[in-house]
Design a binder for this molecule. Structure first.
Ligand code: CO8
Length: 261
């Protein structure tokens, strides 16, 4: 499959999507968003793939929505199209994926770029990463989760300050604030992200999917509801042949051979 604004590859059971508009700092135009959505859906449907990485490569993740594409749009244009609907479909594909989606971020992840990383399940950041919601500086505001996901991830004070001033966070501050799972040296980002993703892809996929669903419940429901979901999901894993294989392998001091990976 060939795309205009992204590159895709499969390596060690991992589907890798690389945003590829270097001339525009990977700005998220409609084509790029549509292609990311399609690629995520394609990897989601591919049984040989157990985890997905979205990256912008070694220099920049994405400097936000494509301002040049947006600048002449009127309210009526946006409202009629339910903007960012194309973008929303892309976000939905990421959010609805049952396979884990990792954002591997180097350089700027700004505006819609930051929002795309937050739609992923977790972020591995290069030490060069910079996160921000600078929309205020161009007279607008975040439109794909910047005021919502950022606030849930790092709390009201920091999210409010960042969205109101456009201040960027470097990788260290983002890790301290809980936005980022882990920081790695920039020149090892691709390798470390692949190592993490291929480890997840080597696990029992039904268990991976239930864990992802259960952790996500913690973000969207009460503790009681989440605990109940977790208990039922835990019990359900005992119906998986991989669960029996995993436990028997432990007792027999050997590596498990999961069938559903
Ligand atoms: N859109 C379009 N082109 C861009 C963008 C962008 N967001 N960012 C950079 N570019 C282009 C520049 O125009 C320039 O192109 P050219 O060489 O043709 O002039 C090229 O990329 C390189 O950029 P700079 O020369 O500006 O590079 P610098 O290193 O000097 O600066 C910055 C890098 C700081 C990242 C700077 O480019 C910048 O401030 N970019 C805009 C950041 C921004 O405001 N982002 C928010 C956009 S609004 C948004 O994301 C709303 C989201 C709503 C939801 C929609 C989801 C898709």
């Amino acid at each position: 499959m060939s795309y205009q604004c992204i590159l895709t590859e499969v390596n060690q059971g991992v589907g890798i999507i690389t945003l590829n508009r270097p001339e525009a700092m990977n700005a998220l135009n409609a084509t790029l968003c549509r292609e990311v959505g399609e690629a995520v859906d394609r990897f989601e449907a591919d049984e040989a793939i157990g985890c997905i990485i979205i990256t912008g490569g070694s220099q920049v993740f994405a400097a936000g929505a494509d301002i040049k594409e947006m600048k002449d749009q009127s309210f009526t244009d946006l409202h009629r199209k339910d903007f960012p609907r194309v973008q929303r479909d892309c976000w939905r594909a990421i959010e609805d994926a049952r396979k884990p989606v990792i954002a591997a971020v180097a350089g700027f992840a700004l505006g819609g770029g930051c929002e795309m990383t937050m739609a992923c399940d977790f972020i591995i950041a290069a030490d060069t990463a910079k996160f921000g919601q600078p929309e205020i500086s161009i007279g607008t505001m975040p439109g794909a989760g910047g005021t919502q996901r950022l606030t849930k991830a790092i709390g009201k004070a920091k999210a409010m300050e960042m969205c109101l001033t456009g201040r960027m966070m470097d990788a260290e501050e983002a890790e301290r604030a809980g936005l980022v799972a882990r920081i790695v040296p920039a020149d090892t980002l691709a390798e470390q992200a692949l190592r993490t993703a291929s480890k997840i892809a080597s696990m029992s996929q039904p268990a991976v999917m239930l864990i992802k669903e259960s952790v996500n419940m913690a973000v969207s429901c009460s503790l009681d509801d989440g605990m109940r979901f977790e208990r039922r999901a835990f019990e359900a894993t005992f119906a998986f042949e991989d669960c029996s294989e995993g436990m028997n392998a432990f007792a027999e001091k050997r590596k498990p051979v999961f069938k559903n990976r």
